[in-house]
Design a protein around this ligand. Structure first.
Ligand code: TYD
Length: 198
């Protein structure tokens, strides 16, 4: 199984990815937990270029290329080998992040994102959980974390609202793969909603 978690910044998806990985391991399923951008040494180097610096450091087109380069490395070095060995892979973000952030919320480059995805990545998760949360709440959670990896948070509330819409549209387009989970409440409450949709 290949599972991805998606959501606006501060939605709690990283916590939920971890909790599901712990749950599956406790059940005896070999599970790899990973994240994007990053997840392999090369992709983690590209990550630093992407998440640090000002909101306008890269054009949307350059960003798409960098995220796709990082994803390709992640796929080659970690995701495909793990799936081939029979492990379940849970990734904190995958291609839907590029569809939502670069394809819809930052610029209307959906066609370019899809073309590059088809050329260079070509696979979708078996299952995707979108953790849906009011972006105002997500941003205040993010600010509380204060990690310095805040290039996308710095684009503001209007941006996060466009993102939420973009994720809702992805869920409408691909109902067989995508499950929308209400992200309000405690981590344990949200985790129970995720497990109920497995
Ligand atoms: P992430 O580490 O998931 O940050 P957070 O935990 O704050 O959500 O991702 C870093 C940032 O990169 C995040 O703001 C979303 C953005 N991003 C894209 O814009 N496009 C992509 O394809 C991916 C994978 C991430």
């Amino acid at each position: 199984m290949f599972i991805s978690f998606e959501g606006v910044d501060g939605s709690g998806k990283s916590t939920q990815a971890r909790l599901l990985a712990e749950h599956l391991r406790a059940e005896g399923t070999e599970t790899i937990l990973t994240r994007e951008p990053g997840g392999s040494p090369g992709a983690e180097e590209i990550r630093r270029l992407l998440v640090e610096g000002g909101g306008d450091r890269w054009s949307p087109e350059t960003e798409i290329l960098l995220f796709t380069a990082a994803r390709r490395d992640h796929l080659e070095r970690l995701i495909r080998p793990a799936l081939a060995q029979g492990a379940t892979v849970i990734t904190d973000r995958f291609a839907d992040s590029t569809r939502a952030y670069q394809g819809a919320a930052r610029a209307e480059l959906g066609d370019l994102v899809e073309k590059l995805h088809a050329l260079m990545i070509g696979i979708e998760p078996d299952l995707t959980f979108i953790i849906d949360l009011d972006p105002a709440e997500g941003l205040s959670r993010g600010a509380a974390r204060g990690e310095g990896e805040d290039r996308f948070e710095s684009l503001g509330l209007g941006f996060q609202q466009r993102l939420r819409e973009a994720y809702a549209e992805i869920a409408r387009r691909d109902p067989g793969r995508v499950r929308v989970i209400d992200g309000a409440g405690t981590p344990a409450e949200v985790a129970a909603r995720v497990r109920a949709m497995l």
